[in-house]
Write a protein that binds this ligand. Structure first.
Ligand code: ATP
Ligand code: LTN
Length: 334
């Protein structure tokens, strides 16, 4: 790329609401690491979004640092990417307020995540949960992001973001970049080991089907050994064999071997032998991550300093967009 040509901007966010699992690595973080070569990347820990569901204060604080350490241990490089905590950049809530006033009630009540979460937490259907996608739009639009990597479940929020950007640009003048979603390939989706038709999820009731990145070797091996498999005894990647297909995906991710080669290698071997091989491969695959994670997580001062610097850079960029917005809507400038 020409040195004078500005890099395209990527922004994504993750909630500090628990330990990350192997699905987060394959479905999101691995891509985030690769984007750094080509894009100007902003990766934010969205604690403001996290409180749309009740959080225990000590856990929220701990998970925020855990997540920062996870980013680094996966290979996100703070020299090249901007890592920051959402609540450290007040411009997010400031722009969100403005955007609230440009969003219809109907637009928010249509969001499937809102419907799902209000069902899951009927005792706490709060306004923040309702306005969640508007804050997400602010996260994205403040940095004039070109591309937003998200899971398929967030696509609807991206649509709203695009609509809000276009609406504002149309009503005033060109202010926001209209971002494109980046949805990773389906093959990267990891399913719950105990229920292979459901995606692996950290908020699942049954955590014995979830491979956390910081599980110890015995826990990983055990969870894989106890994984639900399908009838029959062939190691084949097929739609009617969701359990074995999920294990094949895990083996593929851990070893980089193509799926047909894996099927060939285990042709005629039983589920037990295959599970053992998968467990060993996954343990080895996660080992370097865990070592880096332990080292980085132990140094809280370093992590806080890094987040402070990240927020400083973020505030400069976000502040510029916010000022533009304030001026256009008619707030008095002194
Ligand atoms: P969970 O659903 O595990 O409780 P979460 O809802 O916080 O966690 P998201 O914030 O939806 O997870 O996930 C962050 C990113 O990780 C998204 O891009 C999503 O696509 C990806 N991701 C989450 N779970 C998986 C999975 N099982 N397989 C692949 N990618 C996943
Ligand atoms: N809603 C997202 C997290 C998120 C996000 C963002 C992702 C908050 N703000 C901005 C991309 C861009 C989620 O739950 N996965």
């Amino acid at each position: 790329m020409d040195a004078n040509q500005k890099k395209k901007v990527i922004l994504s966010g993750m909630q500090p609401t628990g330990g990350l699992h192997i699905g987060h690595l394959t479905g999101a973080l691995r891509n985030w690491v690769e984007f750094q070569d080509e894009f100007e990347c902003y990766y934010t820990i969205v604690d403001l979004h996290a409180i749309t569901v009740r959080q225990e204060p000590a856990s929220l604080r701990r998970w925020t640092l855990d997540l920062a350490a996870t980013f680094l241990a996966c290979g996100i490089d703070p020299e090249r990417s901007h890592i920051f905590v959402q609540s450290h950049v007040p411009e997010h809530t400031q722009l969100a307020w403005v955007l609230n006033c440009f969003t219809g009630m109907g637009e928010c009540s249509r969001m499937t995540q809102f419907k799902d979460k209000s069902q899951k937490y009927p005792e706490n259907v709060n306004v923040g949960l309702f306005a969640y996608p508007i804050l997400m739009a602010a996260d994205i639009l403040l940095y004039q992001a070109d591309l937003v990597p998200v899971g398929a479940d967030q696509k609807q929020h991206l649509e709203l973001t695009r609509n809000l950007a276009e609406r504002f640009n149309h009503q005033y003048s060109e202010t926001f970049k209209v971002p494109e979603p980046y949805i990773p390939k389906v093959g990267a989706k990891i399913m719950n080991l105990q229920n292979p038709t459901k995606k692996m999820s950290k908020s699942d009731e049954n955590l014995s089907g979830v491979l956390f990145l910081i599980d110890d070797d015995a826990q990983i091996a055990n969870k894989i050994k106890r994984a639900v498999t399908d009838s029959g005894n062939e190691i084949l990647y097929r739609e009617d064999k969701p359990g074995i297909s999920n294990l094949i995906t895990l083996f593929h991710i851990a070893t980089n071997k193509p799926i047909p080669e894996i099927e060939q290698e285990f042709n005629g071997k039983g589920y037990g032998e295959f599970k053992k091989a998968v467990a060993e491969a996954v343990v080895e695959f996660l080992r370097p991550f865990k070592m880096r994670y332990k080292e980085i997580r132990a140094n809280e001062d370093f992590l806080k300093e890094l987040l402070k610097k990240g927020a400083e850079v973020a505030r400069k960029v976000a502040g510029k967009t916010l000022q533009k917005v304030y001026r256009k809507i008619g707030f008095l400038q002194l």
